[in-house]
Design a protein around this ligand. Structure first.
Ligand code: C2E
Ligand code: MG
Ligand code: MG
Ligand code: MG
Length: 288
């Protein structure tokens, strides 16, 4: 998102830019209040295997602004980053996810959870210590947690060492938004990666763009040979899902399989015997 907004901003009319800055400051104050009150929620989106069974969930931060309604994460994550609140926000998401995961495991659902980590945190010893301490206290094994780091950010920051250390704690590492940046597989090779998460822009192209298909197939083959699990996100149509299955993609995530929902809707999905529910008829949170 940052790459998309930065260059354009320079040409925005100054008055408009100042208005935006004031608005951002207001939002940052509101966000800080929300964090003080533990007001960041977590929605979970199912990650499914080939037969549609939910094997994991991605934790996605949600913020309901008191007057403006839901603010998109791309927006408030950036504000949290800029205002020095990203560690605090991530701690809340992580804690909520761990406690939901503990409950799901106690109910006999052997799923794992994936949490998004801003790459700047990989340079923050406070983050590492927090994770180490929580993992030690948690009832679930550390392997039930996958940390998602955006490909471009992780590579830019030279973060191999701390990723290795997190992995030594037993956590797994996923490269998020893979294919959205310009990195090469050669550089990825040096990273301690357990999972590649192919960006939704890529997935959106495969049904009609031969080049994208060729690149995806090659990437999957290399990932597979390196023992790296593949996930495609942003799967919206049955045609995409079928193609990805044919390509041998291990896991899928997207509106077709299920939207991000509150924890209780995931509990219900897991308890209801995991029949593959078409997205259109999936239970909505209010019915649960
Ligand atoms: P992401 O990690 O790549 O998460 C996937 C995003 O794609 C989510 O957007 C999800 O709702 C959306 N999505 C899932 N399936 C589909 C689909 O089929 N079609 C389309 N068009 N979109 C789909 P969301 O929840 O708005 O989050 C946006 C981004 O905000 C995330 O992208 C992630 O980078 C960031 N984010 C969310 N929560 C956190 C967090 O706790 N910490 C950090 N650092 N970043 C977070
Ligand atoms: Mg993610
Ligand atoms: Mg992604
Ligand atoms: Mg992302």
């Amino acid at each position: 998102a940052r790459a998309r907004t930065t260059p354009g901003l320079m040409w925005v009319d100054r008055g408009e830019r100042n208005g935006q800055a004031v608005d951002d400051l207001r939002l940052i104050a509101n966000l800080t209040d929300a964090l003080d009150r533990g007001g960041i929620d977590v929605a979970y989106q199912p990650i499914v295997e080939r037969h549609g069974r939910t094997v994991a969930v991605e934790a996605l931060a949600r913020w309901e602004h008191p007057t403006r309604g839901a603010i998109p994460p791309d927006q408030f994550i950036e504000l949290a980053r800029r205002s020095g609140n990203i560690l605090r926000l991530t701690r809340q998401v992580f804690d909520t996810t761990l406690s939901d995961l503990d409950r799901w495991h106690a109910q006999g659902h052997d799923i794992w959870a994936q949490v998004n980590i801003d790459a700047s945190l990989l340079r923050d010893p406070g983050f590492f210590n927090f994770v180490a301490e929580r993992i030690e206290r948690a009832a679930v094994p550390p392997s039930a947690l996958v940390l998602e780091v955006t490909e471009a950010e992780a590579l830019a920051l030279d973060s191999e060492r701390v990723l290795f250390e997190l992995r030594e704690l037993g956590l797994r590492i996923s490269m998020d938004d893979f294919g959205a940046g310009y990195s090469s597989l050669t550089r990825i090779r040096k990273m301690p990666i357990d999972q590649l998460k192919v960006d939704k822009a890529f997935v959106g192209d495969i049904a009609h763009d031969e080049q994208s298909r060729i690149i995806l197939i090659a990437t999957l083959r290399i990932a597979g040979a390196l023992g790296i699990q593949s996930v495609c996100e942003g799967v919206e149509t049955a045609a995409q899902a079928d193609l990805l299955r044919d390509f041998g993609v291990h896991l899928q995530q997207g509106y077709l399989h299920g939207r991000p929902v509150p924890a209780h809707a995931i509990t219900r999905l897991l308890t209801d015997g995991q029949t593959a529910v078409p997205a259109e008829s999936a239970p909505t949170p209010t019915m649960v």
